[in-house]
Design a protein around this ligand. Structure first.
Ligand code: PAF
Length: 284
């Protein structure tokens, strides 16, 4: 497994990999956990070579967010990836991603509005911009993202469609179901911020979501079910709830009732110094 930090050697190494078969990209910000390794394994099933990018992208962190505190552990991450038979780790230095004078931004409207886009202004511009750059740098046949960041996946697919991207094309942007801890908490690098007590309490999030989904699926009104979900989180030890919404699973348009369209419950809530997000499907 090669670890590369600059563009010229990346391009040379990719030429060799591409001559040998399909290349799949798994973009990450490092601090890898089982969720990431599941993405890598899915990618490995689909392509001869897996490239994992590791880059803590400053443009997707707002003022006062956890950019400085974000866990960085390149050596440990590379050891995990080597064991997964990853061909190449693309860990660009800052100037390889954003050279002096860098001035371009990609902004995807619609799907990036509200939810995390409302609470974290500019966040999805940062994500779309860096992911577009990663796609152009690696030019993979396909790319794998966790469904845990459901809105992010919708933004990236919209961008790929709107900009006619071909490597990868929008239909080769693959979402992988969220990997959960034994108590149901979605795996996230940010779970590392939780104290032991808050970690135990955090399981209230998936539990309350499942309860709200059961209520909505048996025909109870959406708004009161979401209110009960928010109260359950506060009672369960969360400090605040940024949002709890039922949305169309693809367009992310707000839904106030369950119909034939695929629906998704999306929640962000704060506990201790962590902001946790999660989402689950809701079916008629
Ligand atoms: O999901 C992430 O880890 C990041 O948002 C991504 C897609 C790697 C872009 O920096």
């Amino acid at each position: 497994m090669q670890t590369i930090a600059r563009l010229d050697p990346l391009r040379s190494a990719l030429e060799v990999l591409r001559a040998d078969g399909k290349v799949a990209l798994v973009p990450t910000m490092g601090a890898l956990h089982q969720g990431h390794l599941t993405l890598v394994r899915e990618a490995k099933r689909a392509a001869a070579h897996v490239v994992v990018s590791i880059f803590v992208n400053p443009r997707q962190f707002g003022a006062g967010e956890d950019l400085d505190a974000y866990p960085r552990q390149l050596e440990a991450d590379c050891a995990l990836l080597a064991a997964e038979d990853v061909s190449l780790v693309w860990a660009p230095e800052h100037s390889a991603m954003y050279p002096q004078g860098y001035a371009t931004n990609i902004s995807v409207s619609g799907v990036s509005e509200g939810l995390c886009g409302g609470d974290r202004p500019g966040h999805f511009d940062g994500v779309a911009t860096v992911v577009c750059k990663l796609f152009n740098q690696v030019m993979p046949d396909m790319a794998f993202f966790g469904e845990k960041d459901w809105q992010q996946l919708a933004v990236i697919r919209r961008m790929a469609r709107d900009l006619d991207l071909t490597r990868p094309s929008a239909d080769q942007i693959i979402g992988v179901p969220t990997v959960r801890e034994a108590d149901g908490l979605a795996m996230s690098s940010r779970n590392a911020y939780l104290s032991a007590q808050d970690r135990a309490r955090a399981a209230a999030l998936p539990r309350a979501m499942r309860e709200a989904i059961a209520e909505i699926e048996r025909g109870e009104a959406v708004a009161p079910a979401l209110d009960r979900l928010k109260s359950a989180l506060i009672e369960g030890g969360f400090a605040s709830v940024d949002y709890a919404e039922l949305r169309h699973a693809e367009s992310l348009v707000c839904l106030d009732s369950l119909g034939q369209d695929p629906a998704r419950l999306l929640v962000a809530a704060r506990i201790g110094s962590a902001r946790l997000i999660d989402n689950m499907g809701v079916h008629l």
